[in-house]
Design a binder for this molecule. Structure first.
Ligand code: PMV
Length: 346
């Protein structure tokens, strides 16, 4: 029997960062992210009795992605033994430009995990509807930690912490506390500073946290930040929100700079953008801030109500610091959607 499933799943951007892990892909500290909208992956997975893995990226054969997918299927095999009897064809399309410096692992692996769970359900796995999404988060996590958060919309927490009831190291959960409506439509404009391959992978970066001199303090701080966010998110305290999120971004890069060996992923234009944002906030009072991924690109964050003025600033002042003036306009999204035949990847 041939089983075919299609999902669209978004990327996400962490506000409190996951940095450091232990086996099997469990986080050293809790994290919270905004699920994105425009940056997503559409995946069409076909399971057929047999063996082998084939990957198509944007309609073209992509054999260099096969090892990554094989490793993923291997890692989730203990939960889905049936996969051993099926071949897999993955046809995947990213909405964001290839080699834009935006990691496709969160959106790509979560989309594939959602297809695997649907296939398991079709084969009679004893999963309830609500357990199915949790299972997709567990599988996504085994592929790439941050992918575990992409299976829900809005604000999502991964990693057990006292201030978030229901939070867990093995899967992500939707943020359960009250959230000011402004955070449901928050904007994230990704300034593409460097679109090449990262000098040091996230995997290597996580490993360097194992003997990092500041590790324990950092892990404690992440718990504290999750707890501090509770009233900030509820009351819509914009300036404290931006302060906390920026401190998280700079801490992430500070950890890289104080690892053994040390390394720097920010580029000179990353700093130019950061300084321009801070100067603009100071001089105009506009609630605009930034966060960073494990790379040189800058995510510019602001509420929808200041969109017009913020976009003028992005275009006129920040865009000249990017590679060929490139940036991606995104915002908080509502999470993955199953695709029907009419909406299959083009
Ligand atoms: O999911 P990974 O292993 O690629 O790690 C991602 C880590 C950060 O993006 C830097 C932070 C996060 O929580 O997403």
């Amino acid at each position: 029997m041939s089983l075919t499933f299609r999902w669209q799943s978004p990327s996400n951007i962490a506000l409190v960062k996951y940095w450091g892990k232990r086996d099997p892909q469990l986080p050293s500290n809790p994290s919270i992210s905004f699920t994105l909208d425009a940056c997503h992956t559409q995946t069409h997975a076909i399971f057929e009795p047999g063996q082998g893995i084939q990957v198509l990226l944007n309609g073209e054969d992509a054999p260099n992605f096969v090892p990554k997918i094989s490793q993923f299927i291997e890692r989730i095999g203990h939960r889905h033994a049936w996969l051993g009897d099926y071949s897999l064809k993955v046809d995947t399309v990213n909405s964001f430009p290839h080699s834009s410096g935006i990691a496709s692992s969160a959106s790509g692996l979560s989309a594939l995990a959602l297809c695997v769970v649907d296939a398991a359900l079709a084969l009679g796995a004893p999963l309830q509807e609500s357990d199915a999404r949790r299972e997709a988060s567990i599988l996504s996590r085994l592929g790439s930690g941050s992918a575990s958060r992409s299976v829900y919309g809005g604000l999502v927490v991964w990693g057990a912490t006292h201030s978030v009831p229901g939070s867990h190291d093995e899967y992500a959960v939707p943020y359960p506390h009250a959230v000011h409506p402004m955070f449901r439509t928050f904007r994230d404009v990704v300034m593409l500073v460097d679109v090449g391959q990262k000098a040091v992978s996230s995997t290597a970066g996580h490993a360097l946290m194992e003997r990092h001199p500041f590790a324990q303090q950092r892990f404690n701080q992440a718990h504290q930040h999750l707890s501090d966010l509770q009233s900030i998110l509820r009351d819509g305290d914009l300036m404290p929100f931006l302060d906390l999120v920026e401190s998280e971004a700079l801490t992430l890069h500070g950890l890289m700079m104080s690892s053994q060996p040390s390394y720097i992923l920010m580029r000179p234009n990353t700093l130019h953008i950061i300084e321009a944002i801070r100067a603009h906030r100071l001089s105009t009072g506009m609630p605009i801030g930034f966060t960073l991924d494990a790379g040189a690109n800058v995510h510019v964050l602001f509420p929808a109500e200041v969109e017009q003025k913020a976009m003028d600033f992005v275009k006129q002042i920040l865009a000249p610091f990017t590679k060929n003036g490139r940036y991606i306009v995104d915002q908080v999204g509502t999470g993955p959607v199953p695709l029907t035949d009419q909406a299959k990847p083009k």
